[in-house]
Design a binder for this molecule. Structure first.
Ligand code: PGA
Length: 252
């Protein structure tokens, strides 16, 4: 089954003003985009509703987080059900910044993922190893241990709503992108693990995208790799070069 190329923009805690937001929207709305690519942008929650209105309909909107409970006494949280009700189709879960700065364990990420899928959201599920873990040669193990609790909670059919983002922590925001060989090897390992732990069908149909210092310069080569089905872009998604990354598969 062909996997549709996927490019996500993770805006993180940006833009910091409505003016900046307008400038980003202008670039995206006026650009010529490869229509064979699924494009999703993830702004901070305060901008979700306005971007749903302002951005061209071919670009989907994603939240950057949600809680595992649907309502109740959970100050500061936002639920999957609320996102669905607002018309937001995607959520990013398990980003390394949430795992490290906000202490989200793989079990918490798995619970959120299950709640999100049950509520009707699609999930961009992030995994990735630290520099020390890569240097110790345990990348595949680490990524598997992050996926395992999710695999335990999801049904096989739930996987049609999951995109896995492989994001080595040492490559996020550092300008140090994984080499094509490193990306391909880990994506291939993740697919092999899905095949063993879930099913061959899920392994073949699940998109595995790469994130970590993706730029207009390095995206073209990474996009040619057989197990790289797209990108999750942080810093560069706020700049006009995001358009070049979306179009990375397009032959000039
Ligand atoms: P980066 O971030 O592209 O700025 O490295 C990627 C991410 O954190 O999703």
């Amino acid at each position: 089954m062909a996997r549709k190329f996927f490019v996500g923009g993770n805006f993180k805690l940006n833009p910091v003003s409505r003016e900046q937001k307008k400038a980003i929207v202008k670039v995206l709305n006026e650009a010529e985009l490869d229509d064979a690519v699924e494009v999703v942008i993830a702004p901070p929650s305060i901008y979700l509703l306005s971007l749903l209105e302002l951005v061209r309909p071919s670009i989907k909107i994603s939240a950057q987080n949600c809680y595992s409970k649907s309502s109740g006494a959970f100050t500061g949280e936002i639920s999957a059900a609320q996102l669905v009700d607002a018309g937001v189709p995607y959520v990013i879960l398990g980003h390394s910044e949430r795992r490290t700065l906000f202490h989200e364990t793989s079990e918490i990420v798995a619970e959120k993922t299950k709640a999100a899928v049950d509520a009707g959201l699609s999930v961009i599920l992030c995994v990735g190893e630290s520099l020390a873990e890569r240097e110790a040669g345990v990348t595949a193990k680490v990524v598997e241990s992050q996926l395992e609790p999710v695999i335990k909670l999801l049904n096989e059919k739930d996987w049609s709503n999951i995109v896995i983002a492989y994001e080595p922590v040492w490559a996020i925001g550092t300008g140090k992108v994984a080499s094509p060989a490193q990306a391909q090897e880990t994506h291939h390992d993740i697919r092999a693990y899905l095949s063993k732990a879930v099913s061959q069908d899920v392994a073949e149909s699940t998109r595995i995208i790469y994130g970590g210092s993706v730029s207009a310069k390095n995206c073209k080569e990474l996009a040619t790799l057989p197990d790289v089905d797209g990108f999750l872009v942080g810093g560069a998604s706020l700049k006009p070069e995001f358009v070049d990354i979306i179009n990375s598969k397009k032959v000039a």
